[in-house]
Design a binder for this molecule. Sequence first.
Ligand code: GSH
Length: 209
Amino acid sequence: MLSLYFSPGACSMASHIGLEESGVPYTERPTLLGKGEHKTEAYLKINPRGKVPALEVDGRVITENTAILTYIARQFPQAKLLPDDAVEAAQCIEAMAWFSNIVHPSYTRTMRPERFADSDSGKAEVIAAGKKAFWASLEEIDGMLKGREWIVGSRFSVADAYALVFYGWGKRSEYSVEKLVNYTAWKDRMLKRPAVMKILRSEQNVLAN
Ligand SMILES: N[C@@H](CCC(=O)N[C@@H](CS)C(=O)NCC(=O)O)C(=O)O
């Protein structure tokens, strides 16, 4: 029995897409960040860090997209969500760790500068540095996709599910994502996947329009 705690528009979309791609049944537990539902006593029992996503597996909980997506891919191998080759599988996890450690936190600086500085000028500097770093990450992802159809290996993997979050955030925040030709062509390939489109629509993501 799987239950996914997620908030539309948040990074939890990566795990949401991964689960949908796996084809296994799961229960959706929307936990709306905008309404503070991630800070309620009930949710803090699920994830004491107060973050989405969280995946409940028969009463036990996994947090962090990288761990959730790796679990889904390994638990449901028939869905082929990790490359077969051991090095490529590790590279898939490598990409997700980088998304989580570097790419996501740079965007957080642009949206939540008050977590990093107190003064108005300090916050402005945090936003500017975050925007620069986030754009550099988008360009790096564009480079990773040069001459390739998928982030790692020769087919869709959970790393692709995760990479779509940042293209969507870039578009939502009016970065010039269309200039990233490889990333944009890959995004168009992603939109052809029924599971991806289903989640984009259900989360009312900007990429579904
Ligand atoms: N490294 C974590 C990041 C989780 C995270 O920061 N989630 C955000 C949404 S994008 C969140 O729940 N933020 C709520 C908050 O910080 O108050 C992961 O990949 O799962």
